[in-house]
Ligand binder design. Structure first.
Ligand code: NAG
Ligand code: NAG
Ligand code: NAG
Ligand code: NAG
Ligand code: NAG
Length: 944
């Protein structure tokens, strides 16, 4: 949940940024500065947005349901009366009398729009339904007008302008021809995802006008916005002293003008750098944000300027191609031969246009913060910024606060601290977060970004990032002789702390990697999204078959922290919560503690409830209890052998997500999509194991307490004979797989790594930039779809994406240069050649028939239908391909909304969805399922 400091910052930014009539010049686009033009004498295109809005709502909705339901619900934009009937009413169970109609709202000149419904008896709704009754959907509608330049030198040179739109805290928007045009000419609306979390460093959405504007007179378009009130975004209205929830969004629209001189521009918000310590870079990754306004560009080289080039080398890490309107971070690897005390890195980046073979040179100057070494008297107490390459080539920064003393050669584990939602750790106002965790005597404190201020709620790529920063710090410290006595161990364990979303993340990460985590201090965390704001007001639930619903919901099982608490019975936990938290209610932590105690009444879990405190308070971590817990956990870890429970349970939903517990590990699940559990009980005469839904597991002999060596080993009642030699090999790992009801020993290397299937969201966990394949650059709707996915990956996760054509993908596959990044293959109508090549191997139950997609004999080409599914990567067994297939443009749009960029969107390994979803949510899903082992059909977890 957002920490309130963040919200006040946002309001500030919005006030200074934009005006209702604006012209964004190409060189200022990267920054907030935009020029106001008068009403006459227009030099270029201009746009204005009407401040009069028509509002239809509120309609009940549960969190993330807007990804299934049409953003224009309850209207069908392909079938609206013309002009719109503003007298019409629509059923809504929130309203007295059961119907709502259109109302008006007025936006401010700066684009801020507030919508609320004081006549709804919210207090009475929430008395029985709680926070769920405050979640609601609104349809918002206004017009925008595009004005041509007053003098047009050569009309034939004037290509239609593109809009740059910033929608902050709204879910989707579309720009359409105004009513009056025929239904056909209004076309299928192209929905763009808004910046719903008000994320920083978010480039604007670039929007093609649906029809060319007039060259001599203004042209007016309709602008439709989906405005969804979520507690997670706006909080409890009572926090602000009212019962009435208020949707607050900001929408600004400008013209993107690619000046012929500057078709590519800098976006400094995407730059990545590191601090220097005693003249040496604290990391090796530099990133330069570059956006193409026009054309496809390739970065060809980079050249340091001035005297620096003798002591520093800056090398382009990989080819970087930028699609029109795309923003990418050019990865540069920094190496040094001498200390450098400069306060800037100045260099130029050369680019070549793919379309015209012109070249451009961009000058870059990246400021550098120099520090004296943390031991010296001059050292500043602020945290250091480090950098490394995430996922092979994505430059990424994180913060660390150094220990007060060196541990003189012995390794002391670090603390990993996970921030709350909305906290951009690098922003000046986030200093409170770094300061909240007191400096440690011997331990580094690592503050990862989690990719962005929200990331994936510390799951998926955000977990990957948190773990990667620990390794990155080791590499940085071990890389310089002067720093080595401060080094942390390779592959070290760590202590976890976190607040709010990060408190939830700390529970999450500790329960998935219990052997990496020494102890955990989760503060103000929630258990899981479904219990944060309950789903009782789900619209889908009134239509969907509960059997299908269970399969869809199973895609969230890996996120359900309560189900995995069995893995924490031997991890020391100090759980903290303010007794009057109105943001994440205190019962969440009380309940988590209770569940943990149910698994083992002797679990070392302490609950600290701070009476009268809210969501954040300055001494939440800075108090004697936390300090002594942390120092004892860090201090005792090296000496004391952990006193493991004699009986414990390992819980796993996806074997690739969960590590081992006391040396026990589940490798394969019998029915993927359902939980697997391993109950272990070590008695004086035997080690007894009971399994639920486990297909293969292993156990590291050396991790067993010595007094149970040589005892009888019984799995599901079957005695496993182990010869004496086995017990003499402490490094031996015993692996067992079940075949026809019997457990058979295996060589651990013979148990194949399970692919990370289970849900489409797994494609976000990638080992390299994501590759998006479209049939060709001339199919503008698929290019737009690819750009919209790349944009969302950037805004929400700072995950890099490259867009390539079919032919290029085929060439790379042939030449063996495809790499290991997860892929997204986009198709609409006829399947492309590359898609067909991949599918023809029949690695999943999906096939190709007559140029279209087929599943178990049924063609998936009905109008408005969309299909998403995970498929093996053509070259890398641990990577994934996400196929997104729209039978037509309407299907393509529906499929795009299901790409789970945010947590909580229930999409398992495959899903087929049709037009009915527009008004019935997941009640319009035609089929969905989880793959079985090795991508097989999994009847138990399929509905089709
Ligand atoms: C919306 O209207 C179009 C055009 O009339 C129709 O084809 C489509 O089925 C409608 N969608 C729904 C969900 O009714
Ligand atoms: C542009 O890129 C495509 C493939 O992405 C390539 O086939 C073509 O040769 C390039 N054109 C130029 C002028 O570089
Ligand atoms: C629980 O863990 C903390 C931190 O490691 C430790 O100080 C404390 O002694 C443990 N309590 C018990 C009862 O083992
Ligand atoms: C380990 O646990 C057992 C049983 O709970 C207890 O008797 C013993 O003292 C513990 N040992 C240590 C070193 O804490
Ligand atoms: C580009 O792809 C689209 C969609 O697959 C297809 O209809 C069109 O014919 C292709 N154009 C070219 C030039 O290959």
């Amino acid at each position: 949940m957002v920490v309130t400091r963040r919200i006040s910052l946002l309001l500030l930014l919005v006030l200074v940024s934009t005006f209702s009539v604006i012209k964004a010049t190409s060189d200022s686009l990267g920054d907030a500065a935009q020029i106001v033009m008068g009403s006459s004498g227009r030099e270029g295109w201009e746009v204005s947005v009407s401040t009069e809005w028509d509002v239809l709502g509120p309609f009940p909705i549960h969190a993330r349901e807007q990804h299934f339901i049409s953003p224009s619900f309850p209207l069908n934009l392909s079938h609206t009366s013309d002009p719109l009937d503003l007298q019409a009413t629509y059923p809504s169970s929130y309203a007295d009398g059961g119907y709502v109609g259109w109302t008006k709202a007025q936006s401010q000149e700066d684009g801020a729009l507030e919508v609320s419904f004081p006549d709804i008896r919210w207090e009475s709704l929430r008395a029985t339904e709680g926070w769920a009754a405050l979640q609601h959907h609104n349809l918002l509608r206004t017009t925008l007008t595009v004005y041509p330049p007053s003098e047009i030198p050569k009309k034939q040179d004037l290509s239609p302008p593109r809009l740059v739109v910033n929608l902050v805290q709204g879910s989707y928007f579309t720009v359409r021809p105004l009513a009056g045009a025929t239904v056909e000419s209004r076309g299928e609306p192209e929905w763009h995802m808004g910046n719903i979390y008000a994320m920083g460093a978010a480039p604007p959405n670039t929007v093609e006008l649906p029809t060319p504007p007039g060259l001599t007179e203004p042209t007016t378009y309709e602008l439709v916005v989906s405005g969804d009130y979520e507690i997670r975004l706006f909080g409890d209205p009572r926090h602000g002293g009212t019962e009435v929830p208020k949707l607050s969004i900001t929408l600004t629209v400008g013209i993107e003008e690619g000046s012929p001189l500057l078709p590519v521009i800098r976006d400094t918000s995407h730059d990545i750098s590191c601090d220097f310590v005693d003249g040496w870079a604290f990391g090796d990754a530099i990133g330069v944000g570059i956006r193409s306004l026009k054309d496809w560009w390739a970065v060809t080289s980079v050249k340091l300027s001035g005297g620096l080039s003798e002591d520093i080398e800056l090398a382009l890490l990989q080819d970087t191609r930028i699609a029109p309107s795309q923003t990418r971070i050019v990865p540069l690897k920094l190496t040094q031969t001498k200390a450098v005390l400069s306060d800037r890195l100045d260099f130029t980046v050369q680019l070549q246009s793919n379309d015209s073979t012109t070249t451009e040179e961009i000058r870059v100057s990246i400021p550098i913060r120099q520090h004296a070494r943390w031991t010296s008297a001059e050292a500043t107490p602020t945290a250091l910024k480090a950098s490394y390459f995430f996922g092979t080539s994505m430059p990424t920064s994180f913060l660390v606060s150094p220990p007060a003393e060196s541990s003189a050669g012995s390794f002391v584990p670090p603390i990993l601290a996970l921030h709350g939602a909305g906290v951009d750790i690098f922003a000046p106002e986030s200093e409170f977060w770094v300061n909240a965790i007191p400096q440690q005597r011997h331990s580094w404190v690592i503050f990862p970004s989690g990719r962005t201020a929200w990331g994936l709620d510390w799951h998926g790529p955000s977990t990957q990032e948190a773990l990667a920063t620990v390794d990155a710090l080791h590499h940085i410290l071990s890389g310089r002789p002067e720093w080595q006595e401060w080094d942390i161990a390779p592959d070290t364990k760590f202590l976890l702390m976190g607040h709010s979303n990060g408190g939830q993340g700390a529970w999450y990460l500790a329960a998935r990697h219990p052997e990496k985590v020494i102890a955990v201090v989760p503060a103000a965390g929630y258990i899981k999204s479904q219990s944060y704001v309950p789903w009782v007001q789900s619209r889908s639930a009134h239509f969907v078959d509960p059997g299908l619903r269970a399969i869809l919901d199973a895609s969230l099982t890996p996120d359900d922290n309560d189900l995995f608490l069995s893995n924490l019975v031997d991890t020391p936990v100090l759980a903290i919560h303010g007794g009057d938290d109105d943001n994440v209610p205190v019962w969440h932590t009380r309940e988590a503690v209770s569940v943990l105690k149910t698994w083992n009444p002797r679990a070392n879990v302490t609950f600290r409830e701070d009476p009268g405190q809210g969501h954040w308070y300055d001494n939440i971590f800075a108090n004697d209890q936390v300090e002594s817990f942390v120092s004892q956990a860090l201090g005792s870890h090296a000496t004391a052998l952990s006193n493991t429970s004699r009986s414990f349970t390992l819980t796993v939903a996806s074997p690739t997500d969960v590590g081992s517990l006391h040396g026990w590990r589940i490798h394969k699940i019998r029915v993927p999509g359902r939980l697997a559990r391993l109950f272990v009980e070590m008695g004086p005469d035997s080690v007894r194991v009971r399994t639920i839904n486990v297909k293969a597991f292993s156990m590291h002999i050396g991790s067993l307490p010595e007094d149970v060596w040589n005892v009888v080993f019984i799995v599901d009642g079957q005695t496993i004979e182990l010869d004496q030699a086995t017990w003499d090999l402490p490094d031996f790992t015993l692996a067992l797989a079940q075949e026809r009801g019997l457990w058979i020993p295996y060589a651990p290397s013979d148990i194949p790594v399970a692919p990370s299937t289970g849900r489409v969201a797994n494609f976000l966990t990638t080992s390299a930039p994501i590759i998006i394949v479209i049939p060709n650059r001339t199919s503008s709707r698929l290019l737009s779809a690819a750009l919209r996915i790349a944009h969302a990956l950037d805004v929400y996760h700072k995950l890099d994406a490259e867009i390539i054509e079919d032919g290029e993908a085929a060439r790379r596959l042939k030449e063996g240069s495809l790499g290991s990044g997860n892929m997204v293959i986009l198709n609409s109508g006829e399947l492309s050649g590359f898609a067909t090549t991949i599918m023809d191997k029949r690695q999943t139950p999906f096939g190709v028939r007559g140029g279209t997609l087929e599943l178990r004999g049924r063609l998936l080409n009905e109008s408005s239908m969309a299909t998403l599914f995970l498929h093996p990567h053509p070259v890398d067994a641990t990577s994934l391909v996400l196929f997104l297939y729209g039978a037509d443009l309407s299907g393509l749009e529906r499929g795009l909304r299901l790409v789970p960029i945010r947590t909580g969107v229930t999409v398992p390994d495959w899903i087929v969805i049709g037009a009915l979803a527009d008004e019935r949510g997941s009640g319009g899903v035609d089929g969905a399922g989880v793959w079985g082992n090795d991508w097989s059909w999994n009847e138990a977890m399929s509905a089709f």
